[in-house]
Design a binder for this molecule. Sequence first.
Ligand code: HEC
Length: 123
Amino acid sequence: MKKIVWSLILMTCTSVAWATGEETFQQACSICHAQGDKGSPKIGDVRAWSKLIKEGQANITADGYAGVRAMPARGNQPQLSVAEFGSAVVYMANQAGANWKEPDEAMLKKINARIAQRERSKK
Ligand code: HEC
């Protein structure tokens, strides 16, 4: 019985985490990324995303969060945490064939270090 309860809890947590990346995408990113507006990599566009996927999860998550070229910092949603923003990136990358995981502790550390680096070089 205990086992069943635990696996139910685990299943719920996993599906909530997935919904969050997708929800954030719908709320904050789809304005541009659904259609590829302003030259943004369109969701599901394997060609546009394969280059970014090669750059790596930590790099492009940090770039997007800090803002890069025509991509506004945090997609113009200053309330988004790095983890929330990172989930939306995972959602988009995986729609184009990546197999990225929700950013864990180690990944968040990498992303944060890279954001700090970018913020410093902006000044
Ligand atoms: C106002 C339009 C707009 C919104 C909103 C937006 N983006 Fe973008 N995004 C862009 C554009 C344009 C680019 C391409 C930037 C370039 O290479 O010139 C981009 C690029 C990116 C990249 C690639 C960064 C890199 O390293 O090249 C990521 C990752 C990204 N966006 C994630 C997101 C996420 C996640 C959200 C929602 C939280 C979001 N974007 C919301 C316009 C937008």
